[in-house]
Design a protein around this ligand. Structure first.
Ligand code: UT7
Length: 330
């Protein structure tokens, strides 16, 4: 199959991670768990926690500032701001609009995408569509998550898994051979109740009973999510590669969603890539939902794991269920 010509490229990235580190040893003092269990079952050693007063929009804006600075952009040049978060600071308006106010991107149309851990792939694909169609010139994708605010800190089956952080990317039409070669988006809303927040929306509004029963916090059927994640990320790798006209051996770096080391290893094995070609930071940050992929991309670029001409395969899975993938030529 012919390799498609990329229409849109990621020209710069940025990230923000809160300074406070919560280690597995810290968690041993909070719930009935051990460092050994967490490392063996998930690969996570520590995660970052935002201070109570830190907002998701503020974390996103810090990541976005870094990306805009590296792209040499003035805020007024951004005409599309696609935000993504599962932890908005408030229900109305969008977190993208709150970030716009902080950033001063006054000429942008701003809106949020909700696709949980897959949202970076969704947001980049949406921005790609706007840019390719000539509906925008410079897009900013910002994923920001304060997962600690929806975590039940007494539930050992979830509280050891998540962390806070934000990542951002600047996109524009490609004037060279670099850019997005393919993408693939899927979802299956029938599986929504396997990873969700039962209450706090219109269906079950917040009241004292909801708060007492922690209905506003995240619930997960870990084993079911695990199986679906492995299956779906494998499928997404296949489709993105096929659409890009590439084979596994053409990929220089796989950046999978970082929920669990065992899922990462299974995805790499299925895709036929050695772990040396897989970016891993789940040990340091846990699962930062939508922020995971842009933070990993930013780190991989900074560390020189991605070079000019590198082919990068990104793949994610999350609540919804949603899953997806994209192939970049950098
Ligand atoms: O981004 C997408 C969202 N999330 C994911 O992709 C996460 C997907 N799921 C997972 O990563 C894994 O299913 C978990 C890490 C959540 C759980 O690992 P598991 O190997 O599937 O464990 P399990 O749920 O089958 O539980 C095994 C045992 C249970 O005890 P019993 O019933 O066998 O006595 C749990 O109660 O481990 C127990 N357990 C723990 N023990 C110590 C669960 N959490 C903990 C814990 N510390 N933190």
């Amino acid at each position: 199959m012919k390799i498609p010509k990329p229409l849109v490229e990621i020209v710069a990235t940025g990230r923000y991670l809160p300074e406070r580190v919560l280690t597995n040893r810290d968690l041993e003092k909070m719930v009935d768990t051990t460092d050994q269990w967490i490392v063996e079952r998930t690969g996570i050693r520590e995660r970052r926690l935002a201070e109570p007063e830190m907002l998701a929009a503020e974390m996103g804006a810090r990541a976005a500032c870094q990306a805009m600075e590296r792209a040499g952009l003035h805020p007024g040049e951004v005409d599309l701001l696609v935000g993504a978060t599962a932890t908005p600071d408030r229900w109305l308006p969008s977190t993208a609009c709150d970030m716009q106010a902080i950033l001063g991107t006054k000429n942008a149309a701003a809106f949020d995408i909700q696709a949980a851990c897959t949202a970076f792939i969704y947001a980049v694909t949406v921005a790609e569509g706007f840019l390719a169609a000539g509906r925008a010139e410079i897009a900013l994708v910002v994923c920001t998550e304060k997962m600690s605010s929806i975590t039940d800190w007494e539930d050992r089956s979830t509280c050891v898994l998540f962390g806070d952080g934000a990542g951002a990317a600047v996109l524009r039409r490609s004037a060279n051979s670099r850019g997005i070669l393919s993408s693939y988006l899927r979802s299956d809303g029938r599986l929504g109740d396997l990873l969700y927040r039962p209450a706090g929306g219109v269906k079950i509004p917040l009241d004292h009973k909801v708060l007492d029963e922690k209905g506003h916090l995240m619930k997960m059927e870990g084993r079911e999510v695990f199986k679906a994640a492995v299956r779906s990320m494998a499928e997404a790798c296949d489709v993105a590669l096929q659409r890009a006209g590439l084979r596994a051996e053409d990929i220089d770096l796989l950046i999978p969603h970082q929920a669990n080391m065992r899922i990462i290893e299974a995805t790499a094995k299925y895709a036929g890539l050695p772990m040396a070609k897989v970016y891993v930071n789940v040990d340091r940050y846990g699962n930062m939902s939508s922020a995971t992929l842009p933070v990993a991309l930013d780190e991989a670029l900074e560390q020189g794991r991605i070079r000019p001409g590198s082919h990068v395969l990104m793949v994610a899975f999350g609540a919804g269920f949603t899953w997806g993938s994209l192939v970049l030529r950098c």
